[in-house]
Design a protein around this ligand. Structure first.
Ligand SMILES: [Zn+2]
Ligand SMILES: [Zn+2]
Length: 249
């Protein structure tokens, strides 16, 4: 990878020589983690405009804290995005699903295959593992894609809101080296779940999907800090992403 940057909350930017990928980078203003700052929005637009290769937007799922349908569609219409890979969910991805029928730039992941979908975009390979969403009331039917990004020998996993048990399954089956994995603090909620991350093949663990301090109504930040202390010894490779626009590579 040429560059990896944590945008904010669950937004990640990954650039290779030829491909710029933004995962879950635009969130809807009506989401539980607070509205996105104008600074991050403008930064995303600037990067998309200036990049000379292909610009891809991908989404783990279409909950409002990961996806803003009209903002994504506008970028596609303005020719700033070459391809948007969006999990299909009839209720949540309303506008993009409607437009996808006649827009070749939008690829909908239809789901219910329990398999993986692979995209090769120049020097970058993306694998979408179909998983279930973290168990919260009312989310039983929601799919979530855990996205693997490979460039050359480097490999990263962005879990989004992947259910703990499904994440374990992926980590058990993928025996090759993972340079970094991005997971929500929820995965540290029980010692058994934290144990899933104790895996020799994972070099660095990033706890992301954390709101800004002023938007943290549910105390996620404090929870994450507490858990980092709790698992500091067993998971010394744990990093908290508490600040927007943090450079990872
Ligand atoms: Zn979600
Ligand atoms: Zn989420």
């Amino acid at each position: 990878m040429k560059e990896i940057k944590y945008l904010d909350n669950c937004g990640i930017l990954i650039a290779s020589e030829q491909t710029l990928l933004i995962i879950d980078g635009l969130r809807h203003e009506k989401n539980a983690f607070g509205a996105q700052s104008i600074r991050v929005r403008e930064y995303i637009e600037k990067r998309l405009k200036r990049f000379e290769g292909n610009c891809i937007m991908a989404f783990t799922h279409t909950h409002l804290d990961h996806f803003d349908d009209s903002a994504v569609y506008k970028l596609i219409k303005d020719d700033m995005v070459d391809k948007a890979i969006i999990p299909r969910d009839d209720e949540l991805a309303a506008q993009c699903v409607e437009e996808a029928a006649d827009n070749p730039k939008i690829t909908l992941l239809k789901g219910r295959t329990e398999g993986t979908v692979t995209f090769v975009i120049n020097d970058m390979t993306l694998r979408f593992f179909e998983t279930k969403h973290l168990k919260f009331e009312g989310y039983d039917h929601v799919l979530n894609y855990c996205i693997e990004i490979t460039v050359g020998q480097e490999r990263y996993l962005v879990a989004g809101d992947t259910d703990q048990e499904r994440l374990k399954k992926i980590l058990d089956q993928e025996r090759h080296r993972i340079d970094g994995i991005f997971v929500t603090p929820v995965i540290l909620g029980k010692p058994k779940w934290a144990e899933y991350l104790k895996n020799e093949s994972i070099r660095r663990i990033f706890i992301y999907h954390l709101p800004a301090a002023e938007d943290d109504r549910f105390g996620y930040r404090e929870f994450a800090i507490r858990q980092q202390k709790r698992y500091g010894r067993t998971l010394p490779n744990l990093n908290l992403l508490l600040n927007e626009m943090e450079v990872i590579k």
